[in-house]
Design a protein around this ligand. Structure first.
Ligand code: H2B
Length: 81
C-alpha cells in the first residue's frame, strides 16, 4: 500500500489509500464501514479500482474537524498498520 498521511485541507481530514487491487480496496472499505457505523460517524469517500480517498469532518459541528474525526482517522489507521 502506498503511504500518505492524513492532511488537513478545507476543514477536513483527508487521506488517500492505495492497495494492490480492487478486492483489497473494497475489503478495506468494508472494514471502515463497520467502524464508521459503530462510531455513528461516516466518511465521505471515493473508490477508483485500487484507490480509496477519505475525507472526515463533523457536519453537526459546522463541517469542521473534531475529536470524532481524529478518533475515526486513528481507528482507520489501525486497519492498515
Ligand atoms: C444523526 C447522526 O448521529 C449524525 O448525522 C452523524 C452521522 N454521521 C456523521 N458523519 C460525519 N462524518 N459527521 C457527522 O457529523 C455525522 N453525524
Amino acid at each position: 500500500m502506498t503511504i500518505t498521511m492524513w492532511q488537513e485541507t478545507d476543514n477536513k481530514l483527508y487521506r488517500k489509500f492505495r492497495f494492490a487491487d480492487f478486492s483489497e480496496a473494497f475489503a478495506f472499505m468494508t472494514r471502515v464501514a463497520m467502524l464508521a457505523e459503530k462510531a455513528d460517524h461516516h466518511p465521505t469517500w471515493t473508490n477508483t479500482w485500487n484507490t480509496v480517498e477519505i475525507w472526515l469532518c463533523s457536519h453537526d459541528a459546522g463541517n469542521t474537524i473534531t475529536d470524532r474525526d481524529r478518533r475515526l482517522a486513528a481507528a482507520i489507521d489501525k486497519l492498515v498498520a
